[in-house]
Design a protein around this ligand. Structure first.
Ligand code: ATP
Length: 303
């Protein structure tokens, strides 16, 4: 099984144009597709992951025959480090994230992981190395246990519980009417936004993959949930190569590298300290929306 890939958000974008609808339908198909290697190149090899450094080299991309969305994007996400993508809506941040599991392939340019072009590796081996946490976690009809196990079908009950503990989900799961066997999804119990997020983080943790792709939530959670989600994410991110679409200022400030995107290009890159010093830079302008430098530790400011 593949990781869930934000179907609700993608579906919400199902738009007027038939071509767009077709692209989105393919995305849903990909999520449910249990034979992900069927479109591999005949000579595809298994990816070999070491430190899991990801490098985009002059990547260009358009959805179908539409406008170019990524216009020559290059950056390096170091192995074991956190790289934050920031920039205005529509800049292409989610599109970059969707190229890494190869939901789509670039029109030109390469994505290398530990030096291997992902176009030449099996999708299954590539996706085994990735975990994804979305803004709107996808919970399917089934028990809480099944929903966490979706991250790695062969996971044992003990491994599922361990992942739930790490994700600060174990206690609220036990408080549900049937614990780990409680049904969720459309006909199941209703979980809060923060609880859903922690299940999604547990699902990512149970994969124990070296690469974490993360789309941080923009919607406000209550303070208690927010703190638990943040602690769970900190655990999930530690020691992994993380590419995060960052909305929280604290995530950006703590990132090892920030990639600032606009209109499908990288306009700036560096650490928070480096970028904040460029008065005319886009990053500094985004930052100024949220007050002066002395406010930079504000935990819940949203970029
Ligand atoms: P946001 O923060 O709003 O999610 P973003 O920086 O992540 O923005 P993308 O979601 O990557 O930007 O979108 C970049 C462009 O690609 C937008 O113009 C968007 O309308 C378009 N786009 C995104 N997904 C699709 C799709 N499935 N089919 C066609 N166009 C798409």
């Amino acid at each position: 099984l593949l990781m869930a890939y934000d179907p609700a958000r993608r579906l919400a974008r199902l738009q007027v144009s038939l071509e767009r609808a077709a692209v989105n339908a393919r995305m849903i198909y990909e999520i449910l597709d249990t034979v992900p290697h069927q479109r591999d190149r005949p000579d595809a090899t298994e990816i070999r992951l070491g430190e899991a450094t990801i490098e985009l080299c002059d990547v260009r991309f358009a959805y179908g025959s539409g406008d170019e969305i990524l216009k020559g994007v290059s950056f390096r996400a170091e192995g074991g480090k956190t790289t934050a993508l920031v920039g205005p809506s529509g800049a292409g941040k989610s599109t970059i994230i969707s190229l890494i599991p190869r939901f789509y392939d670039p029109k030109s340019g390469q994505i290398l992981i530990d030096g291997q072009d992902i176009a030449g590796v099996t999708k299954q081996s590539l996706r085994n190395g990735l975990a994804y946490v979305s803004q709107q976690p996808y919970l399917f009809e089934g028990s809480i246990r099944d929903n966490i196990r979706y991250g790695r079908p062969e996971a044992t009950d003990a491994e599922i519980e361990e992942a739930a503990r790490l994700a600060y989900a174990h206690d609220f799961i036990l408080a549900q009417p049937q614990g780990y066997d409680t049904p969720v999804g459309e006909n199941g119990v209703t979980l809060s936004g923060g609880q859903r997020q922690r299940l999604s983080i547990a699902r990512a943790l149970v994969r124990n993959a070296p690469i974490l792709l993360l789309d941080e939530a923009t919607s406000a959670l209550d303070t208690e949930s927010e703190a638990a989600v943040q602690k769970a994410l900190d655990r999930a991110m530690s020691g992994r190569t993380v590419i995060v679409i960052a909305h929280r200022l604290s995530t950006v400030v703590n990132a090892d590298k920030i990639i600032v995107m606009k209109d499908g290009t990288v306009v700036e890159e560096g650490t928070h300290d480096e970028l904040a010093q460029r008065p005319d830079g886009l990053y500094a302008r985004l930052h100024n929306l949220h007050g002066s430098a002395s406010d930079m530790t504000a935990e819940d400011a949203i970029l």
